[in-house]
Design a protein around this ligand. Structure first.
Ligand code: 4UV
Length: 533
């Protein structure tokens, strides 16, 4: 039998409580943190202390129970980062409900699609999304619709906070290992949207326990943390929001990215830790605004969601005066972390890091499935307590992603070195990452095929220094249509992250395999050749 090459975490195992739900676990210390600020909106200065958070969770949970919300019900949240975001999460979780997080830039149709897939019957939207939320309500006939802020014709979230809290009752029957609590959206590994990723209470608690191991930990004190990355995405949700609150950090949150507000707030709140994505390093490397503010409080950044260029990371490190810049690697289906750079390592910055505690990784040959030794490229697979329960109501996709031995196949091509550091070098899956956001090619292809002048189509990511990748389409026409008309057609139907910023090219035929699969590599090669001319 061939030798198995499995890499166990080089770190000691951590203890993962399996008897607590996420409300009990993440809010455990709120009483002790008391009047300390928990979360501040950088634009308005609105702040919730830990004491206020605890109280509002109680009031919201009580009001939701009075409104008939019960264990197993699904509550969708469609909002940019807002100080009360965690109020809803923990109130719903305590009752035994499930939270489905929705990208605040989604169109009404995209929200309807996600809510239909998850069967969510309750929605909390930000007031800036109220018009879309009302459309969603008309289509899905929701049981409850609320907004952050005030908006005519919709119940304000604050009405829930006016409850006396008497009806709040954490559910005693939650089974943390098996009960799902979070349903983030992911397009999965084949590019066809899979819908909701089922994460259990235990998955989220496990990932927190893993990321605070002393050798890798994200926050080593309760100093202010930048909460700019969106809470609807698993990185912002777990690594910033849940982890930050559990350790008593002061989170500075943003409704949107405004360069001056962002830099000013680092100076004002003396932000020390900043979880980032690559486009923010590009911003910090290039903007002259950096010279205008005192950013000396900023000490540690981490970067994930897409590859970080080593030279870029060094430029930012020097320019801002950071003591730690490291990569982390995650995936929605991994709650999200499997790899992190060690706090002590300064020389491995091209790597995504080592395997986090209680986790195993292997790299398998994509043809034979056999595990590979050092320095050989293949598909990265992960096994550990953070691996999702599966895709909601999609057993086939679940079985294709998690094999019978419990290995989650990431769809990323990687290798590892003799010290157990992993390097992601390519993507096997079709997913496009625009500024760290998921764009599923199959979704755009399906949309473009609804245009009567499009006979066939393939969408890929065009490499881009600032955004990582830009969605672009190869089109076979069946009628008169211009490139601009195609770009506008997409703009009219999807959220801005999915626009065809990489452009459109016309072809006579889309290259396909005998089984009809689009040969995306040929198209990517074509782009590479045309840009290197
Ligand atoms: O499912 P998803 O959108 O999930 C993420 C999660 C990212 C992170 C990053 C840092 C954290 O601390 C954390 O908790 C979560 O992006 O997309 C997963 C895919 O994104 C690519 C890779 O293709 C994954 O399968 N990706 C994520 N991190 C990296 C990366 C990285 N460091 N380098 C290259 N690609």
């Amino acid at each position: 039998m061939a030798e198995e090459h499995i890499i166990s975490s080089p770190l000691s195992n951590v203890f993962i409580p399996s008897h607590l739900n996420i409300y009990q676990f993440f809010c455990e210390n709120f009483d002790q943190y008391g009047d300390k600020p928990a979360i501040t909106d950088a634009h308005s200065g609105l702040t919730l202390t830990y004491k206020m958070l605890k109280q509002q969770i109680r009031q919201c949970g009580s009001a939701l129970r009075r409104a008939g919300f019960k264990k197993g019900d699904i509550f969708a949240i469609y909002s940019p980062n807002h100080p009360q975001y965690p109020v809803l999460i923990f109130a719903v979780a305590a009752i035994g409900g499930i939270v489905s997080t929705i990208n605040p830039l989604f169109t009404a149709e995209e929200v309807i699609q996600q809510m239909k897939l998850s069967s969510a019957k309750y929605l909390l939207a930000h007031s800036s999304n109220a018009a879309n939320a009302i459309k969603v309500d008309k289509t899905l006939n929701l049981r409850g619709l609320y907004v952050f802020g005030e908006e005519k014709g919709v119940t304000s979230f604050d009405t829930l906070i006016q409850d006396d809290g008497a009806f709040f009752k954490p559910d005693a029957t939650i089974d943390p290992i098996n009960d799902v609590v979070m349903l983030p959206y992911s397009s999965g590994t084949t590019g066809i949207p899979k819908g909701s990723v089922m994460l259990t209470h235990y998955n989220l608690i496990a990932n927190f326990a893993q990321l605070i191991h002393p050798d890798v930990k994200v926050f080593d004190s309760d100093a202010p943390v930048l909460a700019l990355l969106p809470f609807f995405h698993i990185y912002g949700l777990v690594v910033i929001l849940l982890a930050g609150l559990r350790v008593g950090a002061h989170l500075i949150s943003y409704l949107r990215f405004e360069p001056e507000v962002f830099l000013q707030s680092i100076e004002k709140y003396k932000i020390k830790y900043a979880p980032l994505v690559p486009p923010l390093y590009v911003f910090l490397a290039k903007t002259p605004l950096v010279e205008k503010y005192d950013l000396s409080s900023l000490q540690e950044t981490m970067c994930g969601a897409a590859p970080l260029d080593y030279d870029l990371s060094q430029t930012v490190r020097k320019r801002v005066g950071l003591s730690l810049v490291r990569q982390v690697y995650g995936m929605t289906e991994l709650s999200p972390l499997s790899h992190m750079g060690k706090r002590s390592d300064k020389d491995k910055l091209g790597a995504i890091g080592i395997v986090v505690p209680n986790t195993k990784a292997k790299v398998v040959d994509i043809e034979t499935g056999r595990s590979l030794p050092e320095h050989q490229r293949g598909e990265l697979c992960i096994r550990g307590p953070q691996v999702m329960k599966g895709y909601l109501r999609n057993k086939e996709a679940t079985d294709r992603t998690i094999d019978k031995d419990g290995w989650l196949h990431t769809g990323d091509i990687a290798y590892y070195d003799k010290d157990g550091y992993f390097y992601v070098v390519d993507r096997l899956k079709e997913l496009i990452k625009y500024k760290g956001h998921q764009v599923a090619p199959a979704e755009l292809e399906a949309l473009l095929l609804t245009n009567p002048k499009v006979a066939d189509v393939a969408v890929i990511g065009r490499p881009d220094d600032d955004a990582g990748e830009l969605p672009m389409a190869f089109i076979v026409r069946s009628g008169e249509i211009t490139k601009q008309e195609i770009i506008d057609f997409v703009k009219d139907n999807v959220n801005p992250q999915k626009y065809l910023r990489g452009g459109v090219e016309f072809l006579d035929i889309i290259p396909k395999s005998a089984s009809g699969k689009i040969l995306r590599n040929q198209l990517r090669k074509r782009i590479k050749e045309s840009t290197s001319l």
